[in-house]
Design a protein around this ligand. Sequence first.
Ligand code: SF4
Length: 260
Amino acid sequence: MNRDRLKKLAADERFIAGIYNYCDRWCERCPQTLHCLNFSLLEKEFSDRETQDIRNEAFWKKLSEILRATLELLGETGKKWGIELETLNSLGATESRRANDEAVENHVICRAAKSYSEIVEDWFRGRERPFFETAAVANEGVDLEEAFEVIRWYQYFIAAKVTRALGRKMEEEEEERCDEFANDSDGSAKIALIAIDRSIGAWAVILRYRHLHVGRVLEIISFLDRLRQAVEATFPRARSFIRPGFDSIDLNILVSGIES
Ligand code: SF4
């Protein structure tokens, strides 16, 4: 692409500035490809984008309905995974980048998020193919395939975003940028939380195939739910972070904030 074409594309008003900063990089499933400059730069194919965006939005809505229902049903399944997420380490200020990295690596939610990646790997090991075959016989393969896809997409993404959020939080604390406004760390934490939510929804889909011996799915959901709560506790403002293009501003909250 030549420079003029690039400049013209960047000036196109249909693109939302910074939309790709807090997304999950899953362009195939993104409901905002039409408004993403990054996508347009990477993709040559522009046809049928609108239909794809609508379809993707419907897909995520469906998954979030499953998540809601699952969280309502989620009972106590025991704290079997060896990490007490409730006992969060405090984010002590550290002097060097290296010390920060070490503190991030050792932070309980970071370790838990990494454990989750391994738990997923463990669960899928030797299971994916036979499970698919059996499910296909059961004639219910599509939902299952999508659920697998979602879990696999976020398997490492969650840990990566949690790590980034913690790292940024430490930097912001050092820079004393802990003001009343949401920070970059909250944006990373928010996309990690969304990935956790969606993964819980996807595991809940697998749970429907209980008769196919799905193993420890309920425990995995419980683990993820506790990770979710721990991330929310560490980043209390993450859920209200507004991601350009994906979240809308609640005008009522804004007005009441201005009035108070
Ligand atoms: S905003 Fe959507 S299209 Fe753009 S990079 Fe992120 S996932 Fe891909």
